[in-house]
Design a protein around this ligand. Structure first.
Ligand SMILES: Cc1ncc(COP(=O)(O)O)c(C=O)c1O
Length: 394
């Protein structure tokens, strides 16, 4: 038997990470503009970068830390959750990025025989975490085609009709890849449905500060609700790997089980990164919001660049760092279009099929400065005009 036959079906049956494909694709292109990978162009606040220079020498930085996170960081996060997110009963576990937090939750809450729910277009890493842990019954719900908001009526029906009841419902707010913001009343309704049905609701708030045009992000508290947060985008800390899980201190037994998973996956999040995160919290949400403001111009430039697809083809731009666009009907193979735009026009997007949205693309407007975005927008517009007019010509 070759090696292939000895690989786990759990891994073999997991989607190939689209980001790996996209990065490979970009390698072949000349000076590609990165509108594919979800990232921001900024780095952490200066004081955080200065502080880590000193902290590197402290002996505790090189030791293992406590599983749930640096006590000072946890304390600061609990305060932040109360003041900013109105989460008053939260316990916290710091993780190596919120993707690790999500995986911890799936391992802690779900058995392979359970069914789970997410909404298309979904965050591909959430889908892959389910696949990778052996869950095969992944129920993909619809979003409203005009707004891309999760369809709560469908959720209510599916949670009350499916036996045994789906274990976990996953949503992202503001949305990746949708770029929409879930209004408070809809979030409350989703939470209420999950609570009544007996399902966990996991809300990924990685883009909590990324809202535009006066929209506000909100969180929901409850014994069945678990909120995930990340320092990656807010503080430009993608490579530092810090995120956290906020769960109800009244959720019986959850902490003990989460600790088992944490002990086997990360033991603790990187100590120096946690110190940097603590320092970022001192700079605070005002610092983040100032950075986020600089993205409005990028978003508008790219909305304009997408106009050859038609006004109705573009959704998102309310929150996070994403626009979602429908390709013309004659191009159902979004990956082919993404390859062509990369190779021929030097602009990289994300194929929608990787998020359960075939025939669409996701456009990220966070990873480039305004000057870079102007270049990217020109290339994108030219590429789309050609696509619509002449097709994918060589
Ligand atoms: C919705 C969402 N959650 C989580 C992550 C990953 O965050 P982290 O870097 O904290 O693992 C991303 C990254 O793109 C994301 O878009």
């Amino acid at each position: 038997m070759g090696t292939y036959g000895r690989l786990a079906t759990r891994a073999l049956d997991t989607d190939v990470p689209v980001m790996v494909k996209i990065l490979e694709l970009s390698k072949g292109a000349k000076d590609p503009m990165p509108l594919g990978q979800g990232a921001v162009y900024w780095r952490p606040p200066e004081q955080a970068l200065e502080k880590v220079k000193q902290i590197a020498w402290e002996p505790s930085t090189s030791r293992y830390g406590t599983h749930e996170g640096l006590p000072e960081l946890k304390e600061a996060l609990i305060k932040k959750l109360r003041q900013e997110n109105k989460l008053y009963k939260s316990s916290v576990m710091v993780t190596s990025g919120s993707n690790q937090g999500f995986l911890n939750l799936v391992l802690t809450l779900c058995d392979v025989t359970d069914s789970v729910v997410l909404f298309a277009p979904y965050f591909f890493n959430a889908y892959m975490s389910f696949q990778m842990t052996g869950i095969t019954n992944i129920l993909v719900g619809p979003s409203n085609p005009k707004t891309l908001l999760p369809e709560a009526d469908w959720l209510e029906r599916i949670l009350f009709e499916t036996k045994p009841v789906p274990k976990l419902v996953s949503i992202v707010n503001p949305g990746n890849p949708s770029g929409t913001c879930i209004p408070e009343h809809l979030l409350m309704r989703i939470s209420d449905i999950c609570g009544r049905a007996g399902s966990w609701l996991v809300v990924d708030n990685a883009y909590e500060y990324f809202t535009y045009d006066g929209l506000k992000h909100s969180c929901k508290e409850g014994n069945h609700v678990i909120n995930l947060f990340s320092f990656s985008k807010a503080y430009g800390m993608m490579g530092w790997r810090v995120g956290y899980i906020a769960y109800s201190s009244e959720a019986e037994g959850l902490r003990t089980q989460l600790l088992k998973v944490q002990d086997n996956v990360a033991i603790c999040a990187s100590m120096i990164s946690q110190q940097a995160a603590l320092c970022c919290l001192e700079a605070g949400s005002e610092w983040v919001r100032n950075q986020v403001k600089s993205l409005v111009k990028n978003r508008d430039l790219l909305i304009e660049a997408l106009s050859p697809l038609g006004e109705d083809a573009i959704i998102g731009g309310e929150g996070a760092i994403y626009l979602w666009a429908k390709l013309p009907d004659k191009y159902p193979n979004d990956f082919e279009v993404v390859c062509w735009l990369t190779q021929k026009h030097g602009v990289v997007l994300l194929p929608g099929s990787s998020s359960g949205g075939p025939g669409c693309v996701r456009i990220t407007y966070g990873a480039v400065t305004e000057a870079e975005c102007e270049v990217a927008a020109k290339r994108l517009r030219r590429g789309l005009e050609q696509l619509v007019r002449d097709g994918m010509v060589e």
